[in-house]
Design a protein around this ligand. Sequence first.
Ligand SMILES: [Zn+2]
Length: 174
Amino acid sequence: MVQSVLLLNNTYQPLRLINLSRALTLLFAGKAEVVETRPGRAIKSVNRALPRPSVIVLKRYVHVPQRHATWSRRGVLVRDHYICRYCGAKMTHRDATVDHVVPQWKCKKTGEPANTWTNTVASCRMCQSRKGGRSVHEAGMRFSDPNFEPKIPRATYLVLTSEILPEWKQYIQV
Ligand SMILES: [Zn+2]
């Protein structure tokens, strides 16, 4: 049985999963309100039965310091929307690769880390082989969108390790 309650910030952004007793503490302390209840389930207390909360929202905004996301190949592809940053081609999971703006061998020489958000971009195989072990500049290539700048994504996602309840789906991206 799922015991978790989805806690939302007062902006309705998901914060984390909390257990039922923590949720009830927040509700009874007047710090949160019920947004969604679990159908068919009630919490029985001495003299009444309350609908069981499934999603609750904080009454006051809580500032959550955002961490930077940990680098991953998949993360780079998602950040760049599976678009080759050199030719602008839309790629599939299969033909998408991650290219190092400053090639790995050069990074090794200088001691700079190669697998960083700002040194990696989504690239199609053709552009990657055209670029070879050269830097973007040396290869005479450029980003298809001149305004594109490899960015460091923030870790704003919620890690859900339990079953995702249907009433949570409108608050989280699954
Ligand atoms: Zn390309």
